[in-house]
Each structure stands twice: as C-alpha cells, then as structure tokens.
Design a protein around this ligand. Structure first.
Ligand code: NAI
Ligand code: MG
Length: 355
C-alpha cells in the first residue's frame, strides 16, 4: 500500500506532520511519499499540480492532503491558483463521493453555536456528490443576452446537470454508509423547482428499494438548511448534489464547534481516496504552531478505514482523539476555561501517547 502525502500551504505542513506521527506509531506497513501541491508547488515548479505530483497521486492507494491557498496567490490566473490542484486531483482521480462526518464530541458540546442539548451526541454524515452539478456542467460562460427583457445586456450562465449513473453511484455510497450507521438516509434536493433534482429524487427512490433495511426520506434544500439548525439530530446520512452539499456540509460543520475537528474523505469508484481536513490553509495562524491537527489526524483515520482496510487502526486513532479531549487538552480554537491549552505538536504528541 502506498500513501501520497501532499502537505500544501499555510498550516498544511504543520498538521500533516502530526498525522504522519500518528500513522507511524501504529506501525502499519505502507510506503509514504511526499510531493508539493498548491502554492508551494507553484513556487517550486510554476504549477499548483505538477505532473510528478499527479503521477504520484494516481499511483497511490490514498492521498493525505493538508490544505492549499494563500492570499498572495490571489492575483494569479485562475488555472494557476492553488485550489486548482484540488479540483484537478478530484477530476483526474474521479473522486465523486465526498464524505464529511459532523460529530459533536461530548467534551466540545459547549463549543457549538447551538444549545448543548440540540447537539449533544450529534453524529451526521454528509455525502456530497463532488464531480458533477452546476460546478462542472457545460455550457457556461458570459455573453450578450440573446432574448428576454434584458436582451443585449451582459449575462452569465452555468448549467446544472446530472446523469442517472452519476446519481446512482453516489446513492449507493450513501445507502452503504447508512447500513453501517443508523440506517436513515435523507436525500436533499429542490425537486419542486429543478429538473435535475426531479431525476435525483427518482433515482434515489429506485436505488433505495435495494436497501429495504434503510429508511429514505426526501427534503427540499431550503428546509434541510433550516432543520440542520432546528433539529440536527433528525439526520443520520444526508446525500445531496455538489452545490447543495457544499453549503450544507459547511453548515453542519459549524454545528460541532470548530472546523479544526472535521475530517473528510473523497472517494472514487475503486477504494482510492483523498483525505483532508475540512478547513483551509489558515494563513492567519500558519507557522505559529497553534493550528488544531485533529481534523487531519481524523482524516488519516478515515483513510485507514476507507482506502487501506485498517478499520481497527482507524478506531484506535478515533479513541485516542476522544481520550486527549477527555484529558482536557485543547488547541486555541477549541480552548475554554478549565481546559489546558496546547500547541499543534503537543496535541499530536498527546494522540500518539494515547495510542
Ligand atoms: P480557513 O479554513 O483556512 O480558515 C478559516 C478560519 O478558521 C481562520 O480563522 C483559521 O485560522 C481557522 N482555522 C482553520 N483551520 C484551523 C485549524 N486546524 N486550527 C485552528 N484554526 C483553524 O478558511 P479561509 O480563511 O477562508 O481560507 C484560507 C485559505 O485556505 C484560502 O486561500 C482558501 O482558498 C484556502 N482554502 C483551502 C481549502 C482546501 O485546501 N481544501 C478549503 C478552504 C479554503
Ligand atoms: Mg465549502
């Protein structure tokens, strides 16, 4: 088994180093090879996703990714920007299924913006389709409006688009995941307005018939946004398209307190996956040794579970994280009175010690 390690920019290298420390202490057998990505790769090679990095990623069973981006690259042309590396990896590796667990750890219940009783024990899995929808649909562009009340005015347009097989495969990911959890899938769409959503709903219903043990319900996206803050524990697995998922997964993330705690996995049709924290490169705290490495460490646990068939090792990491939280150790983003503030390295060391 081979892991490609792409630390990237900002806090990326700091948090990835902690995850690697944790993987090392588990003493599993796999090769690890690092490569530059994002702004770091642009600086070194003139491109955010150099050929050699892409080649390494393709040849690996899993990719452990830090984060990319920095304000200093804002003026670059779009195709040279750091975030293009992530879009490129998703596209080239066919990473269509984005899994984002939003778990509210018992010790961090107070860190949520919602009342503790609403989030205590919260454990949601957002399954977001990642390679289709309005983000990739063609045609798109700008033009002079050909008709209507604003004919001749400048207009811009995107195309929302989903095919049946694209919906089927993400539906299976969601139902399979629900089977291992609380057997409840909520499919989120806007079928009262959108043609793509109507197809989405039809396909989810059909695929759902193959999973008689899983309850399926459908919810409009506007209601889902509301229910996530009103009664979040209603949800078990939420499956939705690329754009709705982008927004709802960030909303669900905030229910749990800190983005520094949230891992993610992006999987393709094989077992290959890219694992990264849900947050970005946090340039405001980069190099200060204060970033929370737990989201990345938990992403490494997801990597062991989904791509490397090491579920037991994944459990060990997750229990170790619970244990350091129970010891009262907190990085600055989750620190509160009565707990012990630690830096990035000390947090990683504590997880290693707990394992
Ligand atoms: P961000 O997630 O990097 O930071 C938002 C806020 O959360 C900041 O105050 C930051 O200090 C804090 N934060 C994030 N991760 C943290 C951690 N592990 N521990 C403690 N605090 C943490 O999002 P922002 O500021 O919007 O973007 C910064 C850069 O990151 C941009 O260049 C953006 O494009 C990029 N980005 C990259 C992503 C990726 O690589 N997947 C995802 C999101 C943003
Ligand atoms: Mg987002």
């Amino acid at each position: 088994m081979k892991i490609a390690v792409l630390p990237g920019d900002g806090i990326g290298p700091e948090i990835v180093a902690e995850a690697l420390k944790v993987l090392k202490v588990l003493d599993l057998k796999f090769d690890v090879e690092a490569a530059p990505v994002g702004g770091a790769a642009y600086d070194a090679h003139g491109h955010p996703l150099p050929e050699a990095t892409l080649k390494l990623a393709k040849a690996s069973d899993a990719i452990l990714f830090g984060a990319v981006g920095d304000w200093k690259y804002d003026k670059l042309e779009r195709h040279l920007r750091p975030e293009q590396a992530l879009l490129g990896l998703r596209k080239h590796l066919g990473l269509f299924a984005n899994l984002r667990p939003a778990i509210c750890y018992e010790q961090l219940t107070h860190a949520s913006s919602l009342k503790p009783e609403l989030v205590a024990g919260l454990d949601i899995l957002i399954v977001r389709e990642l390679t289709g929808d309005i983000y990739f649909g063609q045609p798109r562009g700008r033009r002079s409006s050909p008709d209507g009340a604003f004919a001749g005015a400048e207009e811009a347009f995107d195309t929302m688009r989903y095919s049946r097989p694209e919906i089927e495969r993400i539906a299976h990911v969601a139902f399979d995941a629900a089977r291992k959890r609380n057997k409840h899938v909520t499919s989120v769409d806007k079928a009262n307005v959108l043609e793509t959503s109507q197809l989405w709903k039809d396909v989810l219903t059909e695929v759902g018939k193959q999973y008689a043990d899983v309850t399926l319900d459908h919810m409009y996206v506007d209601n889902a946004a509301m229910q996530l803050v009103k009664n979040p524990k209603f949800f078990d697995v939420v499956v939705t398209g690329n754009m709705f998922g982008d927004i709802l997964s960030d909303e669900a993330a905030m229910l749990t307190g800190s983005i520094g705690m949230l891992p993610s996995a992006s999987l393709n049709a094989g077992k290959q996956g890219l694992y990264e924290p849900s947050h970005g490169s946090a340039p405001d705290i980069a190099g200060k040794g204060v970033a929370n490495p737990l989201a990345t460490i938990l992403s490494a646990a997801m990597m062991l579970r989904y791509s490397l068939q090491q579920a037991e090792a994944a459990d060990r990491i997750e229990s170790a994280v619970q244990s350091v939280l129970a010891q009262g150790l907190r990085t600055a983003d989750i620190h509160s009175e009565g707990t012990t503030k630690v830096g990035t390295r000390a947090m990683g060391d504590a997880v290693v010690a707990a394992i």
